[in-house]
Design a protein around this ligand. Structure first.
Ligand code: UDP
Length: 322
């Protein structure tokens, strides 16, 4: 390995990708970001462009990927990731985790790089086992609206294991549960940015269904630490990364309303098709092999996230009054 390790991060302008760029840059890596910007935002990585240890390629990884020079690591984090986005872009969602993963595994092979792919709790679908362990095979509707994401990620895992078993590639698979924090797109349709945006604008908070469905929300810094440790571990199978603290969506909406000090009412909208009823990671494996567990409470994480959104909304409204 050269003195300065070189890492390619796909989805670099997205929520998780941009935080990963920051983390690996801080650790002294030469970071090569790649993104086609269909859901990412260059503002998330604008501060890195002046750095000589950072490069950026505007490229769609479902097309052949070329990167000059050596590579030690690849993190494949490109994909629309919110249900609203992948319902809008079903074919691109399928392609980035299938064709895109294939291209990146091929690149890892020629560069002799270690590759970590971003899989998801969605591989468990609407789970019949609770909490979800890595050994659970899942309950996914291949032809439902979420199938485009779920099945592409399942194929991603399968292809990644095949490259490991057949070509001896060094591979890692993170199964990422709901993660939140600064830089999620305010209009990405997910529960947390939706509720914070609505509360800040004084609009009603839209809870889907009766809000009894549960999720377990992990603060982004904890997740990034888990990814960092997993990449440097020697464990090849899928590893759950998430926060096991579970909450109903209705309760979550109330927490956010309280945090923002707003008095928005809560309104109920139809539950999207195949919306999982419950989700909570069993993280015993990550605890055992990575010595990892989340450290940031939902209270602290939500406060930091709220402050971030408040800042950007305040500066947008200042700009519009100028
Ligand atoms: N949700 C909601 N109101 C919204 C957006 C989402 O009640 O405005 C619900 C959604 O139906 C799901 C949960 O919040 O049950 C989490 O949704 P999200 O889109 O954040 O991610 P998911 O975990 O479903 O992939």
């Amino acid at each position: 390995m050269p003195e300065v390790p070189r890492i390619l991060i796909t989805g670099a302008a997205g929520f998780l990708g941009s935080h990963l760029c920051d983390r690996f840059f801080k650790e002294g890596y030469h970071v090569i970001g790649m993104d086609n910007l269909i859901t990412g935002d260059l503002a998330n990585i604008a501060h890195l462009f002046k750095e000589s240890r950072f490069e950026f390629y505007h490229h769609d990884v479902s097309k052949f990927v070329f990167v000059p020079g050596p590579l030690d690591f690849i993190l494949h984090f490109a994909s629309p990731a919110s249900p609203a986005d992948y319902l809008r872009m079903p074919i691109q969602t399928l392609k980035v985790s299938s064709l895109g993963t294939h291209n990146l595994l091929g690149l890892a092979k020629v560069k002799k790089a270690r590759i970590l792919v971003a899989s998801t709790s969605e591989v468990y679908g609407d789970p019949l086992e609770h909490p979800q362990k890595e050994s659970y095979w899942g309950h996914v509707n291949a032809v439902g609206p979420r199938g485009v994401y779920d099945e592409a990620k399942r194929f991603m895992e399968s292809l990644t294991m095949a490259y490991h078993n057949f070509h001896g590639l060094e591979t890692r698979i993170a199964r990422i549960f709901n993660t939140y924090g600064p830089r999620m797109r305010l209009d990405d349709g997910r529960a947390l940015p939706a509720f914070i945006g609505q509360a800040l604008r004084g609009e009603p908070l839209t809870v889907f269904g009766d809000g009894s469905q549960t999720r377990s929300f992990c603060y982004v810094d904890d997740l990034i630490e888990g990814i960092f440790r997993l990449l440097h571990s020697d464990y090849v199978g899928p590893v759950n990364l998430g926060n096991p603290e579970e909450i109903s969506i209705l309760e979550f909406a109330r927490e956010i309303r309280e945090l923002t000090g707003g008095s928005s009412e809560i309104v109920f909208k139809p539950l999207p098709t195949d919306d999982p009823k419950q989700r909570r990671p069993d993280i015993s494996l990550a605890r055992q092999i990575l010595g990892w567990e989340p450290r940031i409470s939902r209270q602290d994480g939500l406060r930091k996230t709220y402050e971030f959104y408040k800042r950007i909304m305040d500066s947008a409204s200042e700009a519009s009054h100028r």
